[in-house]
Ligand binder design. Structure first.
Ligand code: SF4
Length: 345
């Protein structure tokens, strides 16, 4: 019997499966995943070998066994998925298909996008794999009905990219190809429909990350922040998460840049590249911290204009201290953020 695989089947994040009612359970503080996060699925898996990724080719385990961002990804048929979307609660605002580095993946992602657009009313994002794409593929993705794309550049500098995704791990990815597809994606999808995933905690400085987010924003690209969170048995299994205060500062810098409140050049940094001032006065900064929104997950928006892709607990364990809040932080959490933000780590 042919194994369950794309395009007839897809993996779904556990948080999406719980939020759609396909799996039982309740998440910490009643969090819900407002996006149906799907992942293409093949028995042979992904051909790339990114050092931090649970799906990496050289990580032990079959593709069925491999987890991705720490959680289970149950496999469902696309028919079951579209039926679940059609009876989903109103808070579910978007579907996303994540590609992997596999030659069959582009054609199958197009098929799956068309099916989702024909059979459901939700907008569809694609988290694309630049290494296996050319410009015409992006045109066809838009024609198939996707309205947004995400590109997981992940690393803040070309050197780190090459070390963790390219030659350093015998992987196929190149920084130049990612930026070429990013530029073409912008031509085709336009602002604000192109987002970049960036991962904090890979050896970059806060200054590197702030400079990159500013550069991207000035080109019309939004940054979706992630924190490194080691995958068991991956090459970086022993690497710690980035210090929480450092992650909070990068989140705050992103918010200020993308809300047009401050730019990279207004901010100051110490000799280790840590952000020391954000380029606005203290009272204004404190009022922005109190909003709590700068510390929420950033991702593709839903048709209600709010972040749909809020990936609950995708890069940390549920706790008052979170590296991306999937909901507005409450008073206890905001107080903790304010106390920790300027800690010297
Ligand atoms: S941020 Fe957008 S592209 Fe990235 S995983 Fe979420 S919905 Fe997909």
């Amino acid at each position: 019997m042919k194994p369950a695989q794309s395009p007839e089947y897809a993996k779904m994040s556990q948080a999406s499966a719980i939020s759609l009612g396909l799996m039982g359970g309740r998440m910490y503080r009643g969090a819900v995943n407002r996006c149906v996060n799907l992942l293409v699925h093949y028995p042979e898996g992904c051909a790339a070998n990114c050092a931090y990724c649970g799906l990496a080719r050289k990580r032990p385990g079959t593709f069925e066994e491999k987890s991705f961002i720490h959680v289970e990804w149950p496999v469902y048929s696309m028919s079951k998925i579209t039926a679940a979307i059609n009876s989903a609660p109103d808070y579910i605002q978007r579907t996303c298909i994540s590609m992997i580095t596999n030659g069959k993946c582009c054609a199958h992602t197009l098929d799956m996008t068309k099916k989702l657009k024909q059979e459901t009313d939700l907008p569809v994002s694609l988290l694309i794999s630049p290494t296996i794409l050319k410009k015409q593929d992006l045109v066809e993705m838009k024609e198939a009905g996707a309205d947004k794309i995400g590109i997981a550049i992940d690393l803040a500098t070309p050197e780190l990219f090459d070390r963790f995704r390219g030659k350093g791990v015998g992987g196929p990815h190149s920084w130049e190809k990612y930026w070429e597809i990013l530029a073409q994606g912008l031509e085709i999808f336009g602002h604000p429909h192109v987002g970049v995933h960036l991962m904090v905690g890979m050896g970059e400085t806060e200054k590197d990350m702030a400079a990159l987010m500013d550069r991207l924003w000035k080109r019309g690209v939004v940054s979706h922040l992630f924190s490194f969170f080691a995958e068991e048995a991956s090459v970086l299994a022993e690497r710690p998460q980035p210090p929480w205060p450092s992650y909070l500062r990068v989140q705050l810098a992103r918010y200020l840049i993308e809300e047009g409140i401050a730019e990279f050049q207004d901010m100051t940094f110490d000799a280790n590249g840590r952000i020391t001032t954000f380029g606005i006065d203290t009272d204004h900064l404190q009022s922005i911290i109190s909003l709590g929104t700068p510390f929420m997950t950033t991702g593709c928006l839903g048709s209600d204009g709010q972040v749909a892709c809020n990936r609950p607990f995708g890069n940390c364990l549920p706790d008052v201290k979170q590296w991306n809040y999937p909901y507005l932080p409450n008073e206890e959490e905001t107080t903790l953020i304010r106390r920790s933000l300027f800690m010297d780590v």
